[in-house]
Design a protein around this ligand. Sequence first.
Ligand code: SF4
Ligand code: SF4
Length: 197
Amino acid sequence: MDSLNLSAVTAGDDAGIAGVAARADVNLDDCYQCGKCTAGCPMAHEMDYVPRQVIRLLQLGQYETALRAKSPWVCANCMVCSARCPQGVGISDIMLSLRRTAKKQGLSPVPEPDIFDDLFVATIRMFGKSNEAILAGRYNLSSGHLMQDVLNAPKMAARGMIGPKLHTVKDKAAVKHLIDKILKGDKQAAAEGGEHQ
Ligand code: SF4
Ligand code: SF4
């Protein structure tokens, strides 16, 4: 991990940061940088900025750096950080808010989770629920990781996770309608500058 100057205050994009914090329902000033979130994070070793530093970036107005960070994309959203925080800071919500904001701005520093997210939503939209074989096949093709998890296929088949029969729900149209509504709302928010409220 590169060294990080966390004492430098920059002008930054205050409105953008306020939007990220508001959508996560987090008061950034509540964080006193104790590091308990980072100590419990199972993905911290993969991050360019550990959870405590992500909060600090936002406290210091370093919006662009936070938006371009890999950390929100490798975050597993396990919520351990939020559970450990003595100040009740919802760091996992901040990670999610940053990730959604970055995506709406065309930024995805780690492509694989972005590809997976899109395909997962598309699969649910199509069938009403996930179909592992279709999802995994499309993911491997789109990501270029052609052989990823191929060796797990026999175990998944034995457990009924994959097979010739498609997993679906009775009212696929209702699920599709719900997802379209959410996606439309996201697009509208981005078009109306919702990321800078
Ligand atoms: S645990 Fe909470 S107060 Fe401590 S550094 Fe993390 S976010 Fe800040
Ligand atoms: S939610 Fe993300 S940042 Fe928080 S502990 Fe889990 S992996 Fe780490």
